[in-house]
Design a protein around this ligand. Structure first.
Ligand code: ABN
Length: 184
């Protein structure tokens, strides 16, 4: 082979390999671009299907709500006081069912039906005023569940139940369980 032929063949070989390399680079570049687009499209469609926690922490809020707050008999929210209007005798030297020393239990009383959160049952409660001493003034409570306005006398509780006692000065109110209600 003479030098001229050799040079021509070498030039052709160069041109051919350049063309092959260019085509490969272009097609590989396009493929990887298509691959990327495909990934983005598939990812965009699949990601919303993944199981997300959409509760926004509501489950824990429910837990907090479910736990019933413990109340004491010196708080108006205590279950037995649901229909009470007055000062709690438990804050005035008495107890849930007994008047403080020097005060006498009223002859008449008001009744209510309250649900005990511990067993879910409804109990009949009598509210008696303790009479014969000046107002205790501590732990005022006006829960008055199902009470009606004053013009419906029979179902109104803003009344001094010491009215029929010898000394009708009002001191505080006690709340005794007297029965279990069928009302559930
Ligand atoms: N039953 C309690 C009470 C006493 C006096 C006035 C209103 C209410």
């Amino acid at each position: 082979m003479d030098t001229q032929t050799f040079t021509r063949l070498a030039a052709m070989f160069d041109k051919g390999s350049e063309t092959v390399s260019r085509l490969a680079a272009q097609s590989l570049g396009r493929r990887s671009f298509l691959t990327r687009i495909g990934q983005v499209m598939v990812g965009g469609a699949v990601i919303p299907m993944l199981p997300f926690d959409r509760s926004g922490g509501r489950a824990h809020a429910e837990d907090a709500k479910e736990a019933p707050k413990e109340t004491t008999d010196q708080q108006c929210e205590y279950w037995r006081y649901c229909a009470l209007d007055g000062f709690l005798c438990t804050c005035c030297g008495g107890s849930l069912t007994s008047c403080p020393p020097g005060a006498d239990v009223s002859k008449v009383s008001w009744v209510g039906t309250c649900q005990n959160p511990k067993d879910g049952k409804a109990y009949l409660i009598t509210y008696n005023d303790c009479c014969g001493k000046t107002s205790c003034g501590r732990c005022v409570c006006n829960f008055n569940l199902r009470e009606r306005p004053g013009y419906r006398m029979g179902v109104h509780n803003d009344i001094n139940w010491c009215m029929s006692d010898q000394n009708n000065m009002y001191h505080c109110t006690v709340a005794a369980v007297v029965g279990i209600s069928d009302a559930g």
